[in-house]
Design a protein around this ligand. Structure first.
Ligand code: APR
Length: 244
């Protein structure tokens, strides 16, 4: 029975909730350039364009039609079952900047690429909940600075958040699940190798084989809303047997 569980999710887990992925044929990077909207240089060059990019995605996320799907709910159930069974450590690392894991009830979450529903003040570094449009005239509620607010997200060339906590969890992992990610972006794409080095069993749950598919010991391919609940239920059953 695997004890310490680390899960990595990417845009694919939120696709069936109505949020776009990045590298699928109709993905975000087929419509806008990374350099323009997801780099510090792009923000410095045209903050209005970058705010507009995230404002449109934030409004979409907050619309009534975007809700957690069965995959998000299955991971929340798995987290509760893991704790109830005392099965071991549990950490959900997401590359996603949406709040669908939270809305499904997950708690042990690390948003390594930040969160779309938060803003950060470049003057005082305050991180603030932010559900409205962000603009270049916005005033920081913490320090009063005008025009210093940016989306609290990680752009290309910036350090992801909480990497020490993530590396520590991977170093102790017995089971590593990678869900809905293409394995294109470092350091998340290297997590499977760190988990393998720790002796963990590694599983890819994805619509199709990812770039790093060959690195996984096991794979289940199909829509996350089908594949994730099925795999999670098997782990929940195993955790319950552990408890009994
Ligand atoms: N169910 C399961 N997997 C799916 C589904 C689905 N319904 N739809 C798409 N996928 C898979 C795709 O096959 C692909 O492998 O999800 C993956 C999405 O890959 P990307 O679009 O590259 O998204 P992601 O891996 O999360 O990107 C990582 O790149 O641009 C940056 O910061 C951005 O966090 C993002 C990072």
């Amino acid at each position: 029975m695997a004890r310490n569980l680390v899960i990595l999710t990417g845009a694919g887990i939120s696709q069936e909730s109505g949020l776009e992925t990045f590298r699928d044929a109709d993905g975000i990077w087929a419509k806008v350039r990374v350099e323009d909207v997801a780099t510090p240089e792009g923000f410095a060059r045209d903050p209005v364009l970058v705010h507009g990019f995230y404002n449109q995605r934030r409004r979409r996320l907050l619309s009534d039609t975007v809700v957690p799907n069965p995959a998000h709910h299955a991971l929340a159930r798995l987290e509760r079952a893991w704790a109830q069974a005392g099965a071991g450590a549990f950490l959900l690392v997401t590359q996603n900047i949406d709040d669908l894991h939270e809305r499904a009830g997950s708690e042990a979450i690390v948003h390594m690429h930040g969160e779309m529903l938060k803003a950060r003040c470049m003057a005082c570094e305050a991180v603030l909940p932010w559900h409205d449009d962000l603009t270049v005239e916005a005033i920081c509620p913490a320090c009063g600075e005008r025009g210093g607010l940016r989306p609290h997200v990680v752009w290309f060339g910036e350090m992801p958040f909480e990497m020490d906590r993530i590396f520590e969890a991977l170093g102790r992992a017995d089971l590593f699940l990678s869900i809905g990610t293409s394995g294109n972006v470092y350091p998340a794409s290297a997590f499977v190798e760190l988990a393998r080095a720790a002796g963990a069993h590694t599983v890819e749950l994805n619509l199709e084989p990812s770039q790093g598919a060959a690195l996984f010991a096991e794979a289940r391919h199909g829509p996350a809303s089908e594949v994730v609940p099925h795999y999670a239920e098997a782990l929940i059953d195993a955790a319950a047997r552990l408890r009994s």
